[in-house]
Structure formats: structure tokens, C-alpha cells
Design a binder for this molecule. Structure first.
Ligand SMILES: [Zn+2]
Length: 424
């Protein structure tokens, strides 16, 4: 008789485990009355108790009772601006009844420039503590991996400050942080962006100083840019992203949010890992991105927060063959820490099915940050990153408007929340 594998974590009695591993026509791989066994943070087996217990020895394993509950992979939030100084709450309250022009006439900064000013003013410690608070709440909402971008420094000193915060966050808490350099989120507010010579000076600094330094220090894995009307042109984006690629920073791109200026075609050509926003993307660009394997990152909370006049249409991208991901786009102008809320918006405002939205919030998002070999689904050999929902049926996830169904969160096999209580 073969020696059994031995588990140190055993999730028992779940009404259902949603594995997110396709099984025939069931794209979510839902297993009723299932258990999950893990060892050293990695999944050993998932399935009916009699089958798993035949393969795995549970003696001494920590047991988590998931009776009458639903187990799912931890959410992967693949697009955030997690690190920022202070909020823009006053600006948003005024926006309910006043135009941006009126608000700026009152001497209140708005938009990305406001976030840049507040982030430059903040100390590294302040940024760290603010982000830690947000990460704690994200974990409480079932998120176990977070991509975190710089992009509110827009100079060497403050961009590096943000990336060092990412490094500290990785070391200080349980959620995995995936770091992205977004020095080209905007132009520095102190330059005249209408003068090509001034634009070029910052672009040269990005290409010859900041990107090499970020890559050498290992502070980021991806190089991102905002390619849109009023921000970086497609040609400028190409130069910057190619410099990143030369330094082994894989390309990501914010594009087509407010105009179609060729950012998605560029993403396909450069083999970007993801293209994010995509409100103005053409059908031909969608096909090109599908062929190139560029993941489309849909950000429904942004469309909701700004009452976007041209909401993104995920269905067209799915029909073009693209893999889709969801992200919160957490930032001072679009503050949500809940991937469930983003799924609700994706379904109710953008016509995604619940199955499509959950896959986009797990496997799709893992692909958008190059982690799909390790996370995004519950199966043997993947990380034991999972959440337990106290809802009678899976559909309650988006049926109820305002609730947090997450009662337990397990990250790399460690129980961080159990029955609503913080464990470590
Ligand atoms: Zn963004």
C-alpha cells in the first residue's frame, strides 16, 4: 500500500467548493459536499470526502468546518493604486452637485494631479500605514493577492518611495503584493505637457534613469503606462514600454478609457500581459489582443465612480476570444476594497454572467499578473488561498446588493479569518 500524503489543513463539510477549474460544461468546476486538504500552504486534494480521505492522511491537520457554506478561491485584485496619500472625499462630495471647473475654481485640486500632490507630501511611513489599513479590509473581503502600482509620484524620488512601500507591504502582511512601476501614469504637474520638448525630457528620464533603476533594484515586475488622449500618445507609450521590456519589466497598459488612440493595438504588438480599461477599444484591436494573449482588465468600479458616458462592454471582448479579468482599480477617485462589489457591477451594469465575473476575479486576474500557475483556482499543486462564504446559494454573491459574505479567509494555508474573527 502506498504511503498517504499527510495534510496540515482540512476544510470539511462545505456545501460546495467552487474550484474555478472547468469540468465539462461547468466552467466553475463546482463540487457539492466537498472537502479540501492542504500541506505547507499548497493544495493536496479537492473533492468528495471519501475520495480525498482515501488519498490523504488528516491526522493532526487543523480542521476548518465549512458546513452549509461555500468555498471559493481567494480573489485576485489585478489592478490597484493601493498606495496614496489622503482621500479625495471632499472633491467627491462636491462633485454630486458641482462641475469639475466649479470645484477647481474653489481652489480644490481634482483627479490624478490631486492624488499626485497628496502622495508626494506623504511620508513613506504614512503611505505604508494607509495601505496596510486598506489591505486588511481587502483581506476581510476575500482578496488574497493584490497588484499595486506606483504612479502618484511622477518623479524619481516619489516613484521609488511608492515602490519601497510595496516592498514593505509584502514583508509586513499576508496578502501577496505584485509590484508595478507606473511612472508614466501622467506627466509631472510642474511641466507644460503641451510642449513636446518638456514631455520628451520626462520621457528620457523614465527611459534612461527611472526604468533601469527600478529594474535593477527589483522593486517592480511590470512597467505600466496611461496611453490615452491628454496623457501618453501611442508612440510615446511604445518607447517607454519597450524600454521596460529591455529591462525585463513586462508591459501593462491603461488605455482606451476616454479615447481610442492605438493603445490596444500596441498592447497586442508588444505582447503586453494585460490591457486595462478598454471603453473605446475597436473590434479589430480586441481580436488582435485575443490572438496575442493580452488579458483584458475590466474596471467596472471606475465606470460607476465617474458615471462613464461610454461604459465598457465585456461581451464584445469575450466574443472576440479575449480572456477577461476584473480589478477594483482602488484609488482615491474610485475607492472600493471589495472584489464582490466589482463583480456585482460587472454583472448588473456590464452584462457579465456571474460565472464569467467569478472567473475574471480569480483565474483571469491571476493571468493578468502572470500568477496563474500558482493561484486563481483550487486544485492540487496550487496555493491554498481561499475564502469561505456564508450564503445559501452561490447566486447570493451578486443578488444581495450590500453585504460581505466572507466569514473565513485562508492564505497560503494560514487561517487569517475564521467565522468572522481575525486569527493572526
Ligand atoms: Zn489604473
Amino acid at each position: 500500500m502506498n504511503a498517504k500524503l499527510s495534510a496540515d489543513l482540512y476544510i470539511t463539510g462545505a456545501a460546495e467548493i467552487i474550484t474555478c477549474v472547468a469540468n465539462g460544461t461547468d466552467r466553475l468546476g463546482r463540487i457539492p459536499d466537498a472537502v479540501l486538504a492542504a500541506k505547507d500552504g499548497w493544495v493536496l486534494a479537492v473533492g468528495p470526502a471519501n475520495r480525498v480521505e482515501a488519498e490523504v492522511d488528516m491526522t493532526g491537520a487543523k480542521v476548518i468546518d465549512a458546513s452549509r457554506k461555500i468555498v471559493a478561491p481567494g480573489f485576485v485584485d489585478c489592478h490597484t493604486h493601493l498606495i496614496f496619500g489622503k482621500s479625495r472625499a471632499k472633491e467627491f462630495a462636491l462633485k454630486m452637485t458641482r462641475s469639475t471647473v466649479e470645484i477647481e475654481a474653489m481652489g480644490i485640486d481634482t483627479g490624478i494631479p490631486a492624488s499626485i500632490a497628496m502622495t508626494r507630501e506623504a511620508s513613506e511611513d504614512d503611505l505604508f500605514h494607509g495601505a496596510m489599513d486598506r489591505l486588511t479590509r481587502m483581506l476581510r473581503h476575500g482578496t488574497t493577492t493584490v497588484e499595486s502600482k506606483s504612479g502618484y509620484g511622477i518623479n524619481r524620488t516619489d516613484e521609488l518611495k511608492m515602490l519601497r512601500v510595496n516592498q514593505r507591504l509584502s514583508a509586513a502582511q499576508s496578502i501577496d503584493i505584485v509590484s508595478t512601476f507606473l511612472g508614466a501614469h501622467d506627466f509631472p504637474p510642474e511641466i507644460d505637457r503641451n510642449r513636446q520638448s518638456e514631455r520628451n525630457r520626462y520621457i528620457e528620464t523614465l527611459i534612461h534613469e527611472m526604468i533601469p533603476e527600478v529594474a535593477e533594484s527589483g522593486l517592480a515586475e511590470f512597467c505600466d503606462i496611461y496611453c490615452d488622449d491628454g496623457y501618453y500618445t501611442a508612440e510615446e507609450s511604445r518607447r517607454i514600454l519597450e524600454a521596460g521590456i529591455r529591462h525585463e519589466l513586462r508591459a501593462k497598459i491603461h488605455t482606451d478609457a476616454y479615447s481610442g488612440i492605438g493603445g490596444s493595438a500596441l498592447a497586442a504588438e508588444l505582447g503586453a500581459i494585460s490591457a486595462d480599461h478598454l471603453n473605446y477599444t475597436s473590434p479589430l484591436e480586441m481580436i488582435a489582443m485575443a490572438k496575442a494573449g493580452v488579458v483584458g482588465v475590466v474596471l467596472p468600479a471606475l465606470d460607476f465612480a465617474v458615471a462613464h458616458h461610454r461604459p465598457v462592454v465585456p461581451r464584445k471582448m469575450i466574443e472576440a476570444g479575449m480572456t477577461l479579468a476584473l480589478g477594483t482599480n482602488l484609488n482615491p477617485g474610485n475607492w472600493t476594497e471589495s472584489m464582490r462589489f466589482v463583480m456585482l457591477l460587472a454583472c448588473r451594469n456590464h452584462g457579465m454572467s456571474l460565472e464569467e465575473a467569478l472567473l475574471a476575479a480569480t483565474m483571469g486576474a491571476a493571468k493578468a499578473i502572470g500568477r496563474d500557475a500558482d493561484i486563481g483556482s483550487l486544485e492540487k499543486g496550487k496555493k491554498a488561498d481561499l475564502q469561505i462564504w456564508d450564503i445559501p446559494e452561490f447566486e447570493h454573491l451578486i443578488y444581495r446588493l450590500d453585504h460581505n459574505p466572507v466569514v473565513s479567509v485562508i492564505k497560503t494555508g494560514r487561517v487569517l479569518f475564521d467565522n468572522g474573527r481575525r486569527k493572526s
